[in-house]
Design a protein around this ligand. Structure first.
Ligand SMILES: Cc1cc2nc3c(=O)[nH]c(=O)nc-3n(C[C@H](O)[C@H](O)[C@H](O)COP(=O)(O)O)c2cc1C
Length: 355
């Protein structure tokens, strides 16, 4: 029986199969989470750093679509202090990006620093508890001790993300229930606690070392795109399997047709790590914006770069301009199926069982 030694995670998460649809902010949708649950997997709702009200709206929308359990996923990051030098750099960066956009026929007015609203995660936690969500996954750091206690008192299962053994040990020590080990292959943002100083450890090396150092049940994320890659992480001791990039072109993905098209034409040299869009390292498809900004002096710390470039990305999306949007994707290039999330996951599970 392929899944027999992965019972712990399935039971804790209340699913038949320990396969987790990765939270993918901007791409995954309530429909995707619901479709994952139809395949008897765990769906995830990406709430990133949204306001409590918006988080509640999305949680309720998902609940309308499924009565199965799903994870809600939040960003747990530090908010850098606004200093004079940050202010000065913000103005310079805003001007540079507006000018670059204009040269490329994109008219945008990016927000001033004082117009930006940065949300911490605490207000989301109260909303999550009130909405009776029972699984919370998080990335970019660890929850504070009081929040961990509060969530546990409310019977919430906690899944932290690590990109190093050091982070895994911190998560374990603080009482987190499970750890998602994110290999460097993974699409999207690195879950590293320190935004600017990331370990770049391949999934194979990272997972084995984390497995040797912590006792918690482990989920693997990064590069799983078929039964063999899933089994490879299972052989190393993974009990849960988080998949993101295989769902990028699915019916429930929020990517636009032109973005899916770009994905299908991607080659190995196109997939890069960049801080240019958000100020944190994320893996995606190289484009004109990334090439211009990377290695420049126009990258602010997260979340300021992210907030600054949101409007550029929004407008570029409406213009079908793949050169100024962030298309996050992992290193495992494949055919990016356009089937439903349910069918893609069912197929993966079936392939695993017939290996
Ligand atoms: C488009 C995209 C957005 C992502 N957004 C999030 C997110 O909001 N929260 C999170 O914890 N991980 C996020 N991730 C990372 C995934 O959870 C996961 O680690 C990754 O997709 C696994 O690697 P794979 O893409 O090779 O399957 C994102 C990944 C992608 C591709």
């Amino acid at each position: 029986m392929f899944w027999s030694d992965t019972d712990t995670i399935s039971k804790r998460l209340g699913v038949k199969y320990p396969v987790i649809q990765a939270p993918m902010f901007g791409v995954s949708t309530p429909q995707m989470a619901s479709a994952a649950s139809k395949a008897y997997c765990l769906g995830s709702l990406a709430l990133a750093d949204l306001s409590a009200d918006k988080s509640v709206e999305l949680i309720r929308e998902t609940k309308k679509l499924t009565n199965k359990p799903f994870a809600v996923n939040i960003f747990v990051h530090d908010i850098p202090e606004i200093t004079d030098s940050l202010q000065e750099k913000y103005i310079r960066t805003k001007l540079f990006i507006e000018q670059l956009a204009k040269e490329n026929s994109i008219e945008v007015n990016l927000p001033k620093l004082e117009e930006i609203k940065v949300n911490g995660y605490h207000e989301q936690i109260d909303a999550i508890i009130e909405e009776n969500c029972k699984i919370v996954s998080f990335t970019f750091g660890n929850l504070d001790a009081q929040t961990i206690l509060k969530l546990k008192e409310n019977g919430v299962v906690l899944i932290g993300t690590c990109t190093s053994v050091e982070e895994a040990l911190l998560l374990e020590k603080s009482g987190i229930d499970m750890i998602c080990v994110q290999g460097i292959e993974a699409g999207g943002h690195r879950g590293t606690f320190d935004a600017e100083n990331i370990p770049q450890i391949g999934g194979l090396s990272l997972f084995s070392q984390v497995y040797d150092h912590v006792k918690l049940p482990l989920i693997y994320a990064g590069g799983i795109y078929n039964a063999k890659t899933l089994k490879a992480s299972k052989d190393l001791g993974a009990q849960g399997f988080q998949v993101g990039s295989i769902l990028l072109a699915s019916q429930e993905s929020a990517l636009q047709p032109y973005e899916k098209e770009r994905l299908k034409n991607v080659n190995e040299k196109d997939i890069v790590l960049t801080r240019s869009f958000s100020g944190r390292y994320a893996r995606g498809i190289k484009n004109k914006y990334i090439e211009t900004l990377d290695h420049s002096d126009y990258i602010l710390p997260y979340p300021y770069q992210n907030k600054l470039t949101n409007e550029l990305r929004r407008v570029s999306k409406t213009l079908n301009n793949a050169d100024f949007v962030s298309i996050w994707a992992g290193q495992s290039i494949h055919d990016y199926s356009e089937l439903s999330t349910e069918d893609i996951l069912r197929k993966l599970i079936q392939e695993c069982e017939t290996l």
